[in-house]
Write a protein that binds this ligand. Structure first.
Ligand SMILES: *[C@@H]1O[C@H](CO)[C@@H](O)[C@H](O)[C@H]1NC(C)=O
Ligand SMILES: *[C@@H]1O[C@H](CO)[C@@H](O)[C@H](O)[C@H]1NC(C)=O
Ligand SMILES: *[C@@H]1O[C@H](CO)[C@@H](O)[C@H](O)[C@H]1NC(C)=O
Ligand SMILES: *[C@@H]1O[C@H](CO)[C@@H](O)[C@H](O)[C@H]1NC(C)=O
Ligand SMILES: *[C@@H]1O[C@H](CO)[C@@H](O)[C@H](O)[C@H]1NC(C)=O
Ligand SMILES: *[C@@H]1O[C@H](CO)[C@@H](O)[C@H](O)[C@H]1NC(C)=O
Ligand SMILES: *[C@@H]1O[C@H](CO)[C@@H](O)[C@H](O)[C@H]1NC(C)=O
Ligand SMILES: *[C@@H]1O[C@H](CO)[C@@H](O)[C@H](O)[C@H]1NC(C)=O
Length: 268
């Protein structure tokens, strides 16, 4: 309690911090992290819908927007429609919004190889786009493109697998090839998307114990949010050290409207 008061004082730099610690804010509330539906997709930990849920309901970088009932995520500055989320094996099928919305989907930019905290699933295949003065043999010529664009399905998206060429610009896009797919199916493949997986802590044990999973920004750690507060692994495991303090409310930032405020005090 003494160090909580100290922390409060330290962060708020005002006597208010001490007041808050004397009647601590209870921390994250389980009812604030109910799963949401966006179109056909269940949105729950580690994903969240910022603006309709407090930031503690999911991990950073897992915030989705739900535009026209389509869940969309920003990764490395690029928008992706989420086609499916597979919570059971921690993966999702995403498609670049440009390819889905475009009338002639071709890749002009390499996909970023750093999609942290996501990783390319090994189930993906590479789709190579070549922009060449002379179309390479054995490649499918993209009919709708204005410049000479050809496409080739197969291989890995990793740079070491890409044949360099002096005369061609080569761009690679990941796709999830279905049985029988070939290069001429490039547009469907781009629109169907590719698989990403993630490695943030699994929620099964917390859920089984009656909790909902979340994230404490103040400590950058997983939390299990239960009816009586936040715990570090499952409900009734040792309490998370800082979560009954107002350090947590500070970390909520712009989500203050969604959380209970202590004694009418303004957070942040
Ligand atoms: C969402 O998840 C809940 C509980 O996990 C389940 O009952 C429901 O059927 C799911 N809805 C969809 C659209 O998947
Ligand atoms: C996860 O499960 C779904 C549905 O069974 C499957 O389509 C997908 O390929 C799996 N993801 C990975 C990374 O294996
Ligand atoms: C992605 O995969 C690489 C190796 O396959 C691994 O070293 C890295 O930690 C993974 N990153 C994430 C965010 O899972
Ligand atoms: C496109 O390819 C044809 C050969 O198929 C070639 O004659 C033409 O110069 C190429 N155009 C451009 C802009 O590279
Ligand atoms: C795409 O990546 C490959 C492999 O790293 C590279 O050879 C190529 O020049 C890149 N293309 C563009 C347009 O940046
Ligand atoms: C790269 O070169 C290898 C060997 O020449 C060939 O088998 C492969 O199909 C080529 N890949 C592409 C994308 O052209
Ligand atoms: C590619 O698949 C299409 C059907 O999607 C088929 O009509 C075409 O013959 C196939 N091309 C090759 C080279 O196998
Ligand atoms: C999380 O904490 C970092 C500093 O640790 C801060 O910059 C960021 O604004 C916080 N995010 C939220 C949503 O409170």
């Amino acid at each position: 309690m003494i160090w909580v008061a100290f922390l409060s004082f330290f962060i708020l730099s005002s006597p208010l911090g001490v007041t808050l610690a004397a009647s601590p804010w209870p921390g994250p509330r389980i009812e604030d992290c109910e799963p949401k539906i966006c179109g056909q997709t269940n949105v729950t930990y580690p994903f969240l819908l910022p603006g309709t849920q407090p930031s503690y309901c999911g991990f950073p970088s897992f915030g989705l927007s739900c535009d026209n009932n389509v869940p969309t995520i920003q990764i490395s500055g690029q928008g992706y429609y989420i086609q499916s989320i597979f919570y059971q094996n921690q993966s999702m099928l995403v498609a670049n919004t440009d390819y889905v919305d475009g009338s002639c989907p071709v890749a002009h930019l390499n996909v970023s190889l750093d999609l942290s905290p996501f990783n390319f699933s090994s189930a993906n295949t590479a789709l190579f786009f070549s922009y060449c003065p002379e179309p390479p043999p054995n490649q499918y010529r993209v009919p709708c493109a204005s410049t000479n664009t050809s496409v080739y399905l197969g291989g890995s998206i990793m740079p070491s697998h890409i044949n360099s060429s002096n005369s061609c610009d080569i761009v690679v896009a990941p796709v999830l090839a279905y049985p029988g797919a070939n290069s001429s199916d490039y547009a469907t493949l781009l629109k169907n998307g590719f698989l990403l997986d993630w490695t943030v802590p699994d929620c099964t044990a917390c859920k089984t114990s009656g909790g909902r999973c979340g994230y404490a920004n103040a400590t950058q750690q997983f939390i299990c949010i239960c009816a009586d507060g936040a715990y570090s692994t499952i409900c009734a495991s040792p309490h998370h050290p800082v979560l009954s303090s107002n350090v947590f409310s500070i970390s909520l930032g712009c989500d203050v409207d969604n959380v209970r405020k202590p004694g009418g005090a303004k957070s942040a």
